[in-house]
Every structure is written in C-alpha cells, then in structure tokens.
Design a protein around this ligand. Structure first.
Ligand SMILES: Cc1ncc(COP(=O)(O)O)c(C=O)c1O
Length: 379
C-alpha cells in the first residue's frame, strides 16, 4: 500500500460524514475508495477493477469517462459557468435542455420543465407544483399526498415525508403533515395473496378507501415510483400503474411518477411509466439525466398542470422556486440518443415485464426472491 493510500484509508471517516451508514461500523467495514471509472468499470486506490453493476447510485446510465459528455460540460463551463433564471435573465443551455426534455416526453404530453440539482429537488418541486396547481384551480383544500409503503422519494423533508420506510423517516420526525402511505403491490411478502392480479385489485381498493377516508377534495396527488428502487427493487404487476391512473382520474387527483431511477432508460423503456403504458401528470427526473456527471434534475408537468399558470392570477401564480444553481448546470449533451436507441431496440423484443413470474423463480434456500424487468440488448 503506498503512503497516500494509507493516508486516505486512515482519514476516510475522520471528517467525512458517510450517509446511510452506522458510523461505528466503518471501523470494521472500510469502504472501497473508488478512484477512477471507465465505461462500466470502476477502479479503487489499490488498483482493483470492478464491474459497476449498479452504475454508481443507479445514475451512471451512459458509463464512466465519456469524453463527449466531459467535453460538452467543459465547453459550457468555459463559455458561461453560471447564470440564473431569476426575473430578467435566462441562458441558452437551460432553454435548449427544456426543449429537448419536452421533445422526448412528447408521448406523455409534457409541456414545461423546472430544473433542480438532484432527485430530492425534483420530488420537492413536484410536491410544490401539485399544491400550487390546486390553489390556482381554486381548490386549496387539496394539499395531501398519498404514496406507497417501501416508496423512496429522496430525503428532503417533502420527499422524506412521502417515503414509505421507517429507516428513512424516524430520526427526523415530525415530518410534514398531509402525507399518507398505503400498501403497494409487493408480490413477495405481502399479507394478502400471491396472485398478481388479485393483489393489484386489493391495493387499488386500499388506495381508493384511503382517498375516500381523507376525502378526495383534500388529496392533491398520488406519488409513486414505476418500479420501487431503494425499497427493494419491487416491480409491480403490469396492471398496477394503469389502475393508479384510473384512480387518479376517478377522484380528480394528480399522478406524479417519480422516475428518478426508472427514467431515461434504466428500466428498459425510456421512462418507467411509459413501460407501463401510463401518462403521469408530473414526472421527476434525475440520475440518468446527466449520468452523474453534473448534479441535475428536472420536474416535468403536462399541459393540464401547466395551464394553471397561464391564467392571470397575479402574485399567486409566481412559481416560488428560488434555487440559485440549477439553471446553467444543463449544458450536458446527454447521451440520450444511445439510451433511446437502446430502449427502442430492447423494448419490443423484451420478454414481458417479469413481475408476474420472477418471484416464483427462486429454486434454492439462499435465494428468497428474484425481481427484475428484463432488459437485454440484442445484437
Ligand atoms: C425514486 C427516487 N426518488 C428520489 C431520489 C432522490 O434522489 P437524490 O439522491 O438525487 O436526491 C431517489 C434516490 O435514489 C430515488 O431513487
């Protein structure tokens, strides 16, 4: 071990707060120190090379060391490292990226984009937009959000309040009022049934009962992930998202797709909700949007939602999104062309989403469940 590696290992947790980890555990279980990346591989300070199956934190969709991305970011930094979108100014990079995002979400009918720095920002913006939408619609009682057990929506206070797992919530309670969780269709370990269609129906009914208990006139939106990621890679049966859309329409509630992981190709379709054949009202994108090269996220809204801001409502229609930084962090010539063509090639040839079958594919005592959405690139 060379002396700088020894220094790095000795100093790793001295001043650095490692997230998502018991700090005492770090002494016995030292993290690998990743120094470089190339394509799908990463290398640690000891020269060990790993296949990075997770793509960082499910975000490096285009792979490491992509020269064209680094060049595009560098070129933009040289030209203009920063400018804001606050009143009186804008910049070409933000305009171009918003246009691109609307182009690629044309099937969903998205109309407007708000930028942020990460998935939690994207969710926070979606929650704020949903509440403001209903105020602009003259229905300010509609402020509650319904999300799913095992759902993960980032760890700002808004997203954390929507999270459906105690580990993400308990140290920071009390969380925001008006957030309610219901059961989602988790085929493995649910108390109801092993039949996917029956489970979808039960979960849909639980959702409807909760909406009726709260009063639909108080519910702003349902927020969920097309495939639950951090909660355990839980793939819902194919009929669940279409049922969510039906329920949202029945009760006049917005549907927010948290596509932070599933968006931009990671789930086999370009967007997870597109894979399920569903058009959400609001989409949260991050991670794959910049492949982790710069912090960036986007919240997209469809025309129905965007229209509320088009009325002459004076100060109440100001979108109070006061973040300093997101505006120019958008120069990345994202490698969507590859993502899109990859999806286009895999999607039609992909075996059906495997939620209905994979859970029963476990044949030994060490494997309790297998969950996947098959995405195999064919030649
Ligand atoms: C579905 C989902 N939403 C939101 C987030 C938060 O994203 P970020 O970590 O960029 O804040 C994550 C992060 O993993 C996520 O998986």
């Amino acid at each position: 071990m060379n002396s700088s590696n020894a220094w790095l290992k000795a100093h790793n947790a001295v001043h650095l707060m490692h997230p998502m980890q018991d700090p005492k555990g770090l002494k016995d279980n030292q993290p690998v120190i990743i120094e470089s990346g190339d394509g799908v591989h990463i290398t640690d300070v000891d020269g060990r090379r790993f296949l990075d199956l997770q793509g960082g934190l499910w975000c490096v969709n285009a792979g490491y060391g992509r020269k064209e991305i680094v060049d595009a970011v560098t070129e933009q930094m040289h030209k203009l490292a920063y400018y804001s979108l606050f009143p009186g100014s804008t910049n070409p990079a933000a305009i171009a990226l918003s246009q691109k995002l609307i182009e690629i979400t044309e099937p969903e009918g998205m109309a407007k984009v708000s930028f942020g720095l990460g998935g939690a920002d994207a969710v926070e913006s979606a929650l704020k937009i949903a509440r403001q939408y209903w105020k602009l619609e003259g229905q300010s009682d509609k402020y509650k959000f319904i999300s799913l057990y095992n759902g993960y929506h980032g760890l700002n206070f808004g997203g954390m309040s929507a999270c459906g797992g105690i580990a993400w919530r308990s140290s920071y309670e009390p969380l925001m009022p008006g957030f309610i969780q219901v059961e989602g269709p988790h085929l493995y370990r649910n108390p109801f049934t092993q039949d996917p269609e029956e489970l979808v129906e039960i979960c849909a009914q639980l959702m409807e009962r909760q909406i009726e208990l709260q009063g639909a006139h108080t519910v702003a939106a349902i927020i969920a992930e097309p495939i639950q990621g951090a909660g355990g890679v839980i793939v819902p049966p194919a009929s669940y998202w279409p049922r969510l859309r039906q329920i949202a329409d029945k009760y006049n509630i917005l549907l927010i797709a948290d596509e932070v992981i599933t968006g931009l190709g990671r789930s086999g379709a370009l967007f997870g909700s597109r894979g399920w054949g569903v058009k959400p009202d609001i989409m949260c994108l991050a991670k794959g949007i910049s492949s982790g090269y710069v912090p960036l996220s986007a919240t997209l809204v469809n025309q129905r939602v965007a229209s509320a801001w088009e009325r002459d409502a004076g100060f109440t229609s100001v979108y109070m999104h006061g973040y300093t930084y997101p505006a120019i962090r958008c120069p990345v010539q994202l490698d969507w062309r590859r993502s899109i063509s990859l999806c286009a090639r895999t999607w039609p040839t992909t075996p059906r989403w495997s939620a209905n079958t994979s859970w029963s594919a476990c044949g030994n005592s060490k494997t309790s469940t297998v969950r996947s959405v098959t995405c195999v690139e064919r030649g």
